[in-house]
Design a protein around this ligand. Structure first.
Ligand code: MG
Length: 267
């Protein structure tokens, strides 16, 4: 197996995939894609909350290339590219099952069962090791019952409540304990053998925070949330890794390009 010399692991929505799909933004994506294609031995991983099929649809829509690794479902699935296809990494699946207490998403659904006001999200939002619900109103009141049913099944989970301000619905994700994007990044570091200073993670929002603080290199794109930037600034100083986090001036793909140049992964 060849050793990876450098690796860009990047979030998609709000980072490589611009929120506005106008022609200038798409040209910026194309500019980054060309720079990456011209680089020698720069491997690519996408790290997204999306399911694989929706992730592939998203990159096709904006003209991003197929990556070497596709990390989906907020870090609970990891696929490697083999020819034109993406195959689940078996060792990663074993790690997810173990983190879930030996259970799969199916087992988790069965253990939670029916609960008034709790409704499974669409099938394309479910994954082998991620179970996602809608809740009537805020999700927090449901978490306690869900947790106690999962405890009874000896499941090990991380419950992630959030709220969709548009629909007014609550969202509740059930993930394997300790698993998020940062876990996947550490795993990629281990399997690729890439040097710490040549692994760059790019992102824009709160679910990228832990991955940005792993101690590898991180690009915070210019359009990222101001509160997140402030928090990362303070936290990276506290951890003594301030020089490893780059706050790009430019948004989206241009910010990623700016950061890759800053860290010397691109000329
Ligand atoms: Mg994002």
């Amino acid at each position: 197996m060849s050793i990876t010399r450098s690796l860009l692991a990047s979030d998609l929505d709000g980072t490589l995939i611009p929120l506005e799909r106008d022609a200038p933004r798409l040209r910026e994506v194309a500019e980054l894609v060309a720079a990456i294609a011209a680089a020698e031995d720069l491997k690519l991983a996408y790290v997204t909350g999306r399911h694989l099929s929706l992730g592939l649809a998203g990159i096709t829509e904006v003209g991003l290339p197929l990556p070497d690794w596709f990390i989906c479902d907020v870090g609970t699935s990891l696929y490697r590219r083999a020819d034109g296809n993406f195959e689940p990494d078996e060792a990663y699946r074993r790690a997810m099952r173990e983190a879930f207490g030996g259970l799969s998403g199916e087992d988790i659904r069965a253990a939670i069962g029916d609960l008034d006001g709790l409704e499974l999200q669409e099938e394309e939002k479910q994954a082998e090791f991620k179970v996602s619900y809608y809740t009537k109103g805020r999700p927090e009141p449901f978490a306690e019952t869900v947790q106690s049913r999962l405890d009874a099944a000896h499941a090990k989970v991380n419950l992630v409540p959030s709220h969709d301000p548009v629909s007014g619905r609550g969202l509740l994700d059930v993930l394997p304990a300790g698993i998020a994007k940062d876990y996947a990044i550490r795993y990629l570091h281990d399997v690729t053998g890439v040097d710490e200073q040549h692994l760059v993670y790019a992102g824009d929002s709160g679910n990228d925070r832990a991955a940005m603080l792993t101690g590898y290199r991180a690009i915070v794109v210019g359009n990222a949330d101001e509160a997140l930037k402030k928090d990362l600034g303070v936290e990276s100083v506290a951890r003594g890794i301030a020089e490893r986090i780059y706050f790009a001036e430019q948004p989206y793909a241009r910010g990623v390009l700016e950061g890759l140049r800053h860290f010397g992964l691109l000329p």
